[in-house]
Every structure is written in structure tokens, then in C-alpha cells.
Design a protein around this ligand. Structure first.
Ligand code: NAI
Length: 464
């Protein structure tokens, strides 16, 4: 079966870049990305490519090449479903904020809505691809809805989780470590799997396209995120031990990372992991384990989240302690608000939680991030509901110039590892601060030697 028209529901951080690359690599396939959010679709269609709703290095070039040729962004969900043979579901699946499973389970209401939209709009058989990260066995629910509310049509459900990392999405999509496709072991299931394999095979070597059953594919995505987050929490746990024993976490990471059984990646100690996925996917896995009474397994993985919360709180407490146990009325500058460099995504960013902690101690916070705007910062703080929106706006200022942001501050905290922070004139920044000037490097990107030579009191993660 040759697919000629694809639709993707959800034009977010995954749907947008993923479909842009598919459209770029397959000029003969019409790719329509739909979303209910008109502002987001307008931004994807903006002639000025610097206004795309997702910032990813290289994304603008890919969109420029394919948009209007075979890549389209639209709010007409029904029409796009109707005319496509293959439909990707790439909608948000956040942690539930209400009811049964609150704070743990994935909220599947948007996925269910997609399934119902597909059932309503379809006039022919379709292949439905789960691109969103979903709890294991969700495909069963999606199928159930399609079969029971559909018009007697046949639907094949595939699981094709996305492994891209924000900040390197285009690179990851162009040469993925692997593509994972799960489907039914029936003749129809195999045809559907092959149709999707054929799309990726245009640019991904065949040995990197793995096919499994649906449940293995769904669970592999949760497992991958749990393992990655676990490495970060493991090295962060050790960073605290390093600080009290005189060991240096970077040296320990290097020493263990050269062991090929361990490997060197994802061993960077920091203020803690963020992003929309790690925490939500682990919590979801923990919830699933508990629902099967696998309490030891659940406890094991839950500790990864607890360690991450501890690391964020520890960083905030370190700032308070170093500033003579009070930050009340003191200006503290945050360099970075995004959850990692090279993205404008701030979901679950460590910066939000550190800020919240310091604001509760009456600090005045000034934020500079190269890609995050003022309203996003306020929206993130408001989402926590710790204090009124008015208070957040009074005590947090967002600046467009890093030097202005750092001026007259008692301390600077680096919350995101943006490369540009390394190239600043730190001498000039130091001169314009209140003394003693303290620098808290939450990402270990600056040299302690150079910074202390300038005059800073310098704190890095996991360093003696
Ligand atoms: P997002 O929140 O950026 O985008 C989701 C979009 O879906 C939103 O624009 C929303 O308006 C739209 N939407 C929701 N329901 C809809 C409906 N019924 N019809 C049309 N549009 C609808 O989310 P993001 O980050 O793209 O994540 C999507 C999924 O991919 C999640 O399940 C996530 O766990 C997974 N994922 C995310 C990664 C990431 O790095 N952000 C990486 C790998 C997987």
C-alpha cells in the first residue's frame, strides 16, 4: 500500500517538526498538520519564519522548503482526516490534574477526542498512528472507539513513538538512532506497518527501523524516558555526595563514562531535569505499575522524580544559605528559563521551581532567556498557583538584555545551559553587581577558576 496523503493531529513540539521532516523527505506525499489552536496554526503559516511557534535549530529551513509545496498547516481537522490515508495523533498527553489518577496518570481526553474525530470524519479505511506518548494498552482504547463509533470501516492502529530531543529535533529526525513501529501481527496489521516503514525508509537505513507488537512499542517509549531520567537523577544524587567529600562530579562522570557498559552520555550533573516528558512519563509508568499492584517497581521509578525535586530544592536552598540565609528583597538574576538550551519550551523547567522557592522567601527575580518571552515566564509561574498573578508580576521582571538583567543584583543563577552565557563579558557583569557578588552555576558551564579570579563567589553543582 502506498500512502499519498498524511494528516497529523496536533501541531506542537512533536507534530510540527516531525511532519516538516516527513514532508521534506517525501515531496510526493501531501502532509497536512492540523490543530484546534488557531494562533498556533497562524504562527506555523507566518511568512516570517522567525515567528514559528516552535524554536528548533534548522526547523525554519525545512519549513521553508516544504511549506506550500506538500506541507500544509490548517485548523480544518475534519477535512484533513477525510482526505488522508494515514493519520498521526500527536496531541498533548499531560499528567491528569483532576479526579482518579490526579498528579500521576496521563490525561487521555485529547487522544480520545482525536479518535472520535477520526471516527466521525472517515469515509474510508484508515491507518491511525499513535505518535503521542501513551500508556501501554492505549491502542486498545483507541481501537475500541473507532470500531464502535465508526461507520463500519476498518482501522489499523500503529504505535510510532517519537524519540526526538528538543533542541536537536531536526538532527534527531533526519538521522534517528532508530524508528520504532508497533502494530498487529495480522495480515492487515502487517500491511499497515509496511506502509509506515516505507515512508521512513526513504531516509532512514532499514536496520534502524524496528517493528514490534503494539504493546512493546508503547511501553518502550515510557521505558526510554524512565532510563534517561534515571541517569540524570543518579548523577545528581552523586553530585551532592561529591560536594561533601571533595570529589568533583565532572571527574567522576568522566571516569565512569569511559566504561563502555556505562557510556558517557546523559551524565551531566545539573539543577535537575525538566521538559514536558520525563516527569509525566515516569509518573504515568508508576501509576500503571500501581494499578497492577507492582508496588516495588512503582517505588523504584518514583524515586527518580523525588531525587529530581530534591535537586531543584537543594539548589534554591543553597542560594538562600549563601546569601546569609535571607533573600528577602534581594535581586537575583536568572540566566535561562527554558528547560534546556536551543528550545523555547519551558514546560517543567527547573527554573520555574527554583524561582517559586525563592519568591516564597520574598526574593526579587529578574529573568533573561534568549528565546523565552515575558508572558511565558508569568504563565509558568501562574500555573503553579502559589501566589497571585499580581504578586508574580510585581516580584519577577523579564529583561531583553542580559547585562541589564544582571545589573545591581546580589546573585546570578544559571538555569539553562545556553551557549551564549559562556561568551559574556563576565568582568563587566561583576563590576555592575552588588558585592559580594555570587554566581550559582546550575549547569556547570562556567570555569570556577576564571570566575573566582574575577572576584565572584562561585558555586557549581557537585564541585568541592
Ligand atoms: P504540544 O502541547 O506542544 O502539542 C499538542 C498540540 O495538540 C497542541 O497544539 C494542541 O492544541 C493540539 N491538540 C490537542 N487536541 C487536539 C485535537 N483534538 N485536535 C487538534 N489538535 C489538538 O505537545 P508536544 O510536546 O508536541 O507533545 C505531543 C505528544 O508527543 C505528547 O504525548 C508527548 O508526550 C509526546 N512527545 C513529546 C516530545 C517532546 O519533546 N515534546 C518528545 C517525544 C514525545
Amino acid at each position: 500500500m502506498k500512502v499519498t496523503k498524511i494528516c497529523c493531529i496536533g501541531a506542537g513540539y512533536v507534530g510540527g517538526p516531525t511532519m516538516s521532516v516527513i514532508a521534506q523527505k517525501c515531496p510526493d506525499i501531501k502532509v497536512t498538520v492540523v490543530d484546534i489552536n488557531q494562533t498556533r496554526i497562524d504562527a506555523w503559516n507566518d511568512p516570517d519564519l522567525s515567528n514559528l511557534p516552535v524554536y528548533e535549530p534548522g526547523l525554519d529551513k525545512v519549513v521553508a522548503e516544504a511549506r506550500g509545496r506538500n506541507l500544509f498547516f490548517s485548523t480544518d481537522v475534519i477535512k484533513a482526516i477525510e482526505e488522508s490515508e494515514m493519520i498521526f495523533i500527536s496531541v498533548n498527553t499531560p499528567t491528569k490534574t483532576y479526579g482518579e489518577g490526579k498528579g500521576m496518570a496521563a490525561d487521555l481526553k485529547w487522544v480520545e477526542l482525536c479518535a472520535r474525530q477520526i471516527a466521525t470524519a472517515s469515509k474510508e479505511d484508515k491507518i491511525v498512528v499513535e505518535k503521542s506518548t501513551l500508556p501501554v494498552r492505549t491502542a486498545q482504547a483507541v481501537k475500541d472507539i473507532l470500531v464502535n463509533t465508526g461507520n463500519g470501516l476498518k482501522f489499523q492502529i500503529l504505535s510510532n513513538p517519537e524519540f526526538l530531543a528538543e533542541g536537536t529535533a531536526i538532527e534527531d529526525l533526519e538521522s534517528p538512532d532508530r524508528v520504532l513501529i508497533g502494530g498487529d501481527d495480522t495480515p492487515e496489521g502487517k500491511i499497515a506497518i509496511q506502509a509506515l516503514v516505507d515512508i521512513y525508509a526513504r531516509w532512514v537505513p532499514k536496520d534502524r527501523i524496528l517493528t514490534t507488537n503494539v504493546w512493546s512499542s508503547e511501553l518502550s517509549k515510557l521505558t526510554a524516558n524512565a532510563f534517561l531520567a534515571q541517569r540524570v537523577s543518579s548523577i545528581n544524587a552523586l553530585s551532592e555526595l561529591c560536594e561533601v567529600t571533595g570529589a568533583d562530579v565532572s571527574e567522576v562522570a568522566k571516569a565512569i563514562g569511559t566504561d563502555s557498559r556505562i557510556g558517557s552520555k546523559f551524565l551531566k550533573a545539573s539543577v535537575g531535569f525538566g521538559g514536558s516528558c520525563f516527569q509525566k512519563d515516569i509518573l504515568n509508568m508508576v501509576y500503571i505499575c500501581r494499578s497492577y499492584q507492582l508496588n516495588e517497581v512503582a517505588d523504584y521509578w518514583e524515586q527518580v522524580i523525588k531525587m529530581n525535586d530534591h535537586q531543584k530544592a537543594r539548589f534554591a536552598k543553597k542560594i538562600i544559605k549563601s546569601l546569609y540565609n535571607t533573600v528577602s528583597g534581594k535581586k537575583i538574576t536568572f540566566l535561562g528559563w527554558a528547560f534546556k538550551k536551543d528550545t523555547n519550551d519551558t514546560r517543567e523547567s527547573a527554573a520555574i521551581y527554583v524561582a517559586d522557592h525563592l519568591l516564597s522567601e520574598q526574593a526579587k527575580i529578574c529573568v533573561y532567556d534568549p528565546k523565552v518571552n515575558q508572558e511565558k515566564v508569568y504563565a509558568d509561574l501562574e500555573y503553579l498557583n502559589t501566589r497571585s498573578s499580581d504578586e508574580n508580576r510585581r516580584h519577577v521582571k523579564v529583561m531583553n538584555d542580559p547585562y541589564e538583567a544582571c545589573k545591581d543584583s546580589h546573585a546570578i543563577a544559571i538555569l539553562t545551559e545556553w551557549d551564549e552565557f559562556k561568551t559574556y563579558d563576565w568582568e563587566k557583569i561583576y563590576q555592575n553587581m552588588l558585592k559580594p557578588a555570587t554566581l550559582f552555576d546550575g549547569r556547570n558551564i562556567l570555569s570556577k577558576e576564571e570566575m573566582t579570579k574575577i572576584g565572584f563567589r562561585f558555586y557549581a553543582i557537585g564541585k568541592p
